[in-house]
Design a protein. Structure first.
Length: 279
């Protein structure tokens, strides 16, 4: 222990006097290395040897007591609140560890040792970052799809309700107000244009927009003759059937990505097999 303490003191004397910046590559390496479970006892021993922690402060139990003000705290909290003390102790520990691995190293050998270790760990760090980024991207895409489905259901229900109310009113009055139907139809068409892929689903949404009925009011006369109640009832039933048919296709857009992916592949193969298709 005496030899280890002497090595730590010598390494501390050679270590930089100032702490690593709170947000820096060097600071990240120190946190990863010195707060790793196998190195925590050595970190506490280094800090005690440097007079930064009180001896016998429950070392090895993740509870330390800084010299001066403050009571017991975890190593993590000590590293956050006493950045300079933590950086000094950690630099000494890393330098001593590098010296013990490479006795013949030059004066900068300790610094090279932790930097090489950091470089070797970069692939693992990069893989972790990619996994985190992939998870965040997947969650964002799922959230956007849920919001798109909810908007589609809301606009579909609004158009269906407005259409039924208008058709019922039209049967009794050829000049029934059509404004609510027009507004609901435009909102549904806008949502359909934003339906996400695959390509087959986007094409199905486009066809639904083209087939949306009631773009304008139903006629009050035909071929110069005013439509009576029975005639308007027939017009209303035909328009209602068209509304139901198109909205059934809109509901089908909620099928899973696997279904629409297969539809996309199948439509592509059909187009490739048509005469005159590019090879």
């Amino acid at each position: 222990m005496a030899v280890c303490g002497a090595a730590l003191l010598l390494a501390a004397a050679a270590a930089p006097a100032t702490a690593a910046p709170a947000v820096s590559g060097e600071r990240d390496v120190q946190l990863v290395y010195c707060l790793d479970v196998p190195h925590r006892d050595d970190l506490v021993a280094a800090a005690v040897a440097l007079g930064l922690l009180v001896p016998g402060g429950a070392a090895g139990q993740d509870s330390v007591r800084p010299v001066g003000s403050g009571g017991h705290m975890t190593l993590q909290r000590w590293a956050e609140q006493r950045e300079e003390d933590f950086s000094r102790a950690c630099s000494a520990l890393m330098a001593a560890a590098a010296d013990s691995r490479e006795p013949a190293a030059q004066g900068s050998g300790g610094e090279d040792g932790w930097f090489v270790t950091f470089l070797k760990g970069l692939p693992v760090l990069a893989a972790g970052a990619l996994l985190t980024l992939g998870g965040q991207l997947s969650e964002r895409v799922s959230s956007e799809r849920r919001q798109s489905h909810q908007r589609l259901r809301t606009d579909e229900a609004a158009f269906r309700g407005a259409a039924r109310a208008y058709l019922a009113a039209y049967e009794g009055d050829a000049d029934a107000d059509h404004a609510a139907v027009r507004s609901a139809r435009e909102a549904l068409a806008g949502t359909l244009f934003q339906v996400p892929g695959p390509a087959a689903r986007r094409r199905a949404a486009g066809l639904a927009v083209e087939g949306l009925p009631l773009a304008g009011p139903l006629p009050s006369s035909r071929d110069g003759s005013v439509l009576g109640t029975e005639d308007r009832a027939r017009e209303a039933r035909a328009a209602g059937d068209s509304v139901d048919r198109v909205l059934r296709s809109v509901s089908g857009l909620d099928r899973g990505v696997a279904h629409w992916g297969w539809r996309t592949v199948r439509e592509w193969r059909v187009r490739r097999s048509e005469p005159g298709a590019a090879v």
